[in-house]
Design a protein around this ligand. Sequence first.
Ligand SMILES: [Cu+2]
Length: 113
Amino acid sequence: MVQVAVFGLMLASPLLWAHAHITATEPEAGATLEQSPERLGLEFDSPIRITQFDVNGPQGVVELSEDPVGAMAETHEGVPADTLEPGEYEVVWRGIAEDGHSMSGGYRFTVQE
Ligand SMILES: [Cu+2]
């Protein structure tokens, strides 16, 4: 992994802002969890500013005690204010990468009974 990252840096011109790609979500897209997740997260290969981070579940909008909106970073975290009831959840996000490109995405996961 380290070698791949170094190779990528050598190819990229330092004069260009990096285009970002999402590399991971927390939990993984499509995951079925045995218990409520303590945090929800997004990971990118270069910094992006998150402009929207919404979580919806069987009871509607999930309130977050911590959300990543406004932060410019590679790793973003949202923390549910309460334990998530069993059911299917969807995270929807938007952001702007350093190169000015808009990005958006979403993923679902399930909390088991
Ligand atoms: Cu881009």
